[in-house]
Structure formats: C-alpha cells, structure tokens
Ligand binder design. Structure first.
Ligand SMILES: Nc1ncnc2c1ncn2[C@@H]1O[C@H](COP(=O)(O)OP(=O)(O)OP(=O)(O)O)[C@@H](O)[C@H]1O
Ligand SMILES: [Mg+2]
Length: 252
C-alpha cells in the first residue's frame, strides 16, 4: 500500500521581510511518520515549523494538509485544520500562574464544550500518559524542567491531535529524560496513530525515532537532503550531511 501524505510542502520560500531564510522546500510527511527537521543552529528550522503550524505565512509556495492548501483557505477552514494540531514550542511555555492541571485543561476549555468533570478526566488521562498522574495541583515553578516539558506535552496532546509538532523537545533535558521523551514520542505515534514532526539536532533522537527527514542548509538556503536518517548516514555523499550525522567526524 502506498503511504498517505498528511503534509505536503511545495516550492516553499520562507523568511522575514526582505530576509530570505529558505527557498524551494519540497517534501512530504506521510501518515505515521516521525519526521525530523534537522540542520545547524540558526538555519531556519523553527521558521519552517512556524509556516507549517499556521503561525507565519510563507513568502511563497504551499503547505498542504490532507491535500488542502492551508494558506489558501479562509480563516474558518484554517482554524479547523489547526484544531487537529498539537504543538510543543521550543520554549515550552507553561503559564506560571496556572497549575499543571489548569495548563493542560486550557485547550480543552478554549476549543471544546466539555463539562468541568469531563475536562478533569481528560487532564488526568493525559497526565498519566506522560507519567505525571496526580500532579494536577502543582505549579510549574515547583517542578523540574523535564517535568515541565512533559506537562507541555500533555497539553499538546489534550485535544487528541493527529499531527503533532515538536520544536527541540529534548533541549535542556538530561540523557535519561531525553530518552524517555523519545519513548513517549514513539508511544504517541503508535498509540494515537499520530503523525509527528520533530525539529531537533539531537543525533541520538534522530536515529532512535526518525524514519523520515529533511536537512536544511543555511549557506545554500535550501534543503540538501531528505529521507530516512539511517539511510542518509549510510548512503549520503554530501559532506555537509555526513559531517552533521557523524557529529563532525567525517573521516571515520
Ligand atoms: N522574528 C524574527 N525576525 C527576523 N529574523 C528572524 C526571526 N526569527 C528568526 N529569524 C532569523 O531567521 C533565521 C532562522 O532562524 P530560526 O529560528 O528559524 O533557526 P533555527 O534553525 O530554529 O535555529 P535554532 O536551532 O537555534 O533553534 C536566523 O537567521 C534568525 O536570525
Ligand atoms: Mg529553532
């Protein structure tokens, strides 16, 4: 069976005012992919993600979700598409004045008509999925950075998204918690059947969870590789890609 494209990026150019960040981006994310956006710091990964999640119109080109061109739809339709996304931002960004439970409940209060009781049940379920059952009443300032990440993740999956975007999810986590987060991402894919896009330059994560990818290069302002990271590591002839995937060691 041919795999189904959930997201298609076509001839996409992105940038800020007259500063072009990336051009000619073309790739597809298939259903059930854990799709890695990789490249060196500052190359444009977060900017690409912003154009994919509906926060930043591209300079030109299209982003299609289930064959619908997001930036050509009206606001109503765009909202409907965005309602299917879960997003974990690079900064994590929990509301410090709200408890853990209230943070996770927020999207449910904003986007659903569920009762307080129903919302509490979903919050409890999502917190248990990230290993934080019973932590509803704590405040973000009273839990560790890794726990905050997991709360943000519980919030990102509160609405049962079928597409989840993560921007540097393991930044600031120790290797053990990084690994746990990888396992959680795999569980989300397998358990919820979600399609997942992850921006990261953590090599361990890239190889542990990614089955598809795009590699952005700042100097040429475009993508210079795509596909399964393991295959890229084995077969790529591009020294920029090999050097990145081998952590700078090109001679080995
Ligand atoms: N709000 C903005 N206004 C103008 N330029 C920006 C803005 N945000 C980012 N840039 C520029 O766009 C380029 C790409 O930035 P971006 O944040 O997308 O990179 P990145 O690959 O996510 O980097 P990192 O790995 O450090 O998170 C950089 O040159 C950056 O300075
Ligand atoms: Mg970034």
């Amino acid at each position: 069976m041919e795999s189904q494209s959930v997201i298609e990026v076509k001839d996409l150019d992105i940038g800020y005012d007259d500063h072009l960040v990336m051009q000619n981006l073309n790739f597809s994310v298939n259903k059930g992919d854990i799709f890695i956006v990789m490249g060196l710091s500052g190359c444009g990964k977060s900017t690409l993600l912003k154009s994919m999640i509906g926060l930043k119109p591209p300079s030109s080109g299209k982003v299609l979700f289930y064959a619908k061109s997001f930036w050509d739809e009206d606001e109503n339709e765009q909202k409907k598409i965005m309602r299917r996304f879960g997003v974990l931002y690079q900064s994590g960004a929990l509301w410090s004045s709200l408890t853990v439970g209230e943070n996770v409940a927020l999207p449910l209060q904003l986007y659903t008509k569920l009762s307080k009781q129903q919302i509490q049940e979903i919050v409890a379920l999502k917190l248990s999925l990230v290993g934080l059952e019973g932590h509803e009443d704590l405040f973000p300032s009273g839990i560790s950075g890794g726990m905050c990440k997991r709360v943000s993740l519980a919030r990102a999956i509160a609405l049962d998204p079928d597409i989840i975007f993560f921007d540097e999810p393991s930044a600031g986590l120790d290797p053990i918690n990084s690994r746990k987060l990888d396992d959680l991402i795999l569980e989300l894919r397998d358990g919820l059947g979600a399609t997942i896009v992850v921006v990261t330059h953590e090599l361990a994560s890239i190889f542990a969870i990614g089955n598809n990818s795009v590699f952005l290069d700042e100097a040429s302002k475009t993508m210079i590789a795509s596909g399964d990271p393991q295959v890229l590591l084995r077969d790529s002839k591009d020294p920029r890609v090999v050097q990145f995937l081998k952590r700078g060691r090109i001679d080995e």
